[in-house]
Design a protein around this ligand. Structure first.
Ligand code: PLP
Length: 459
């Protein structure tokens, strides 16, 4: 250990190496990058890591979709009866929770409510012992109304409305994040008992939804915040970060944990503040890459916050807990043939970018259209393709129901069947950042019905 320190010291003297690297267990960042690149390559090559945590309940989802579609007669139904709808598998959420406990047993999740504030899901999560990440007065209220105690909430918005801070104080919601000095003045004034998490910025350059451009304090600016915490005599309890969502390179998680450790050390060594008690590793976890991100995270935590180190671990997963629990079904309402070509058309469906597929714009998602019902037959899990293939000769672009040209679901997709008005499509895995931001723009009410399956725990 001392050898490493000497080496770092020498590097520091000989170069422009920053202070940050002093907490590094590697002599140089290049060495660390090399190690991480190797580690990540190894993970990606591991077949166990590529496996999805569990199978989705396709037969049951298919059955629920069919029953609903069969119940609608588009020739005689009331306006809106043929609206898009969701199937939600509550058991999927139970399975995801079990999987969380298996992969990240040391980390207590605080579900990010904004992702999908569906009351049944919030209730189920609360009953399973999941806590909550809220960002506004309404979200806090919603969770408190479930009977969840305020200690199980983190008000994880680093830039809060003053009147909401007063509300949080009154409700005894104490945990909160900050990343700037102005926020500390507000907290001193309105909620001096608050248990504060300093949110640091991360390298989220490979993430689809970057958050560190908006939030998080750079390590170079941590001193200013710690000095202010000390001056105002505030209660700093931990560090938080968010590596962004849809990341393809999870070495950012390792680096963020390491940076957090740097702050933990600084607090005690340089500011003589009480030792920090909690590390919040944020959100950004996804079903598809969960094994990989968990492995990196466990490795980083074992190095910087090993078991028994006296630091509690929490996280703020949003999409992980809901994305795969929802399937959206939508109806083909209109069709236009393109260039007199029998195999190319524009399909108009009754949900889109202003409705439950706003995630295309806001969350960089690319929903996968699949044929559900065509020619009096159901085709769940049938073939579809995003690139031209002999089995999928029908080229389509797909559009939402509003009169805005922006309302496009996909510019190019290839289907096995030549869909017609009255057919149905379904889109799997649309539970995260979908219904939570749907709008009634242009008079299309997009509050879709939800059909729940597996409401009771199966035996
Ligand atoms: C949105 C958000 C989350 C959840 O992110 P996911 O990508 O859905 O996991 C967690 N923490 C904070 C502070 C957020 O803003």
């Amino acid at each position: 250990m001392s050898n490493v320190k000497v080496e770092i010291h020498q590097t520091l003297q000989n170069s422009t190496t920053t202070l940050v690297e002093m907490t590094n267990s590697f002599a140089t960042t290049t060495e660390e990058d090399k190690f991480l690149a190797q580690y990540m390559a190894q993970l990606k090559a591991d077949p166990k890591i590529a496996e999805l945590p569990h199978d989705q309940a396709h037969p049951q989802i298919s059955k629920a979709l069919q029953e609903r579609v069969r119940s609608v007669n588009e020739d005689t139904c009331d306006p809106g009866e043929e609206n898009s709808f969701f199937v939600c598998d509550l058991n999927e959420i139970r399975n995801l929770h079990k999987n969380w406990q298996k992969e990240l047993p040391r980390i207590q999740p605080y579900y990010a409510v904004k992702c999908n504030p569906n009351p049944l899901i919030l209730r189920l999560l609360a009953d399973m012992g999941v806590n909550f990440d809220c960002a506004s007065k309404l979200e806090i209220e919603t969770i408190l109304k479930l009977g969840v105690s305020p200690e199980r909430i983190i008000y994880a918005n680093p830039c809060k409305v003053s009147s909401f801070i007063r509300f949080a104080a009154k409700q005894e919601v104490k945990k909160s994040t900050f990343d700037n000095v102005e926020e500390l003045y507000k907290i001193k004034k309105f909620h001096p008992e608050s248990e504060l998490f300093l949110r640091i910025a991360t390298d989220d350059s490979t993430a689809q939804c970057r958050l560190s451009t908006k939030y998080g304090c750079d390590l170079e600016n941590v001193d200013e915040l710690l000095a202010k915490v000390k001056e105002l005599d505030l209660n700093l309890v931990g560090v938080s970060f968010h590596v962004g969502s849809g990341a393809s390179d999870f070495s950012s998680l390792y680096k963020a944990v390491k940076d957090a450790k740097f702050v933990f050390n600084k607090v005690v060594d340089e500011y003589q503040l009480p030792k920090l008690k909690i590390l919040d590793v944020g959100g950004g976890f996804q079903f598809e890459t969960f094994a990989e991100s968990s492995a990196v995270l466990r490795m980083a935590l074992d190095e910087f916050f090993p078991e028994g180190c006296g630091v509690d671990l929490i996280a703020e997963p949003g999409r992980y807990f809901v994305a795969t629990a929802f399937t959206l079904a939508a109806h083909v309402i209109a069709k236009r043939t393109v260039n007199n070509n029998k195999e190319e058309c524009m399909l108009y469906i009754n949900d889109g970018v202003y409705g439950n597929m706003n995630c295309i714009l806001f969350d960089h998602q690319e929903p996968n259209p699949r044929v559900l019902y065509h020619d009096n037959k159901f085709h769940y899990e049938d073939f579809h393709s995003s690139s031209p293939k002999p089995e999928c000769p029908y080229k389509v672009s797909m559009w939402g129901p509003t009169c805005d040209g922006l309302d496009c679901i996909t510019k190019e997709y290839y289907l096995k069947y030549d869909l017609v008005v009255g057919d149905w499509l379904y889109f799997p895995n649309l539970g995260a950042y979908t219904s939570s931001a749907a709008t009634p723009f242009n008079g299309f009410d997009q509050t879709a019905d939800i059909i729940y399956i597996n409401k009771e725990e199966p035996l």
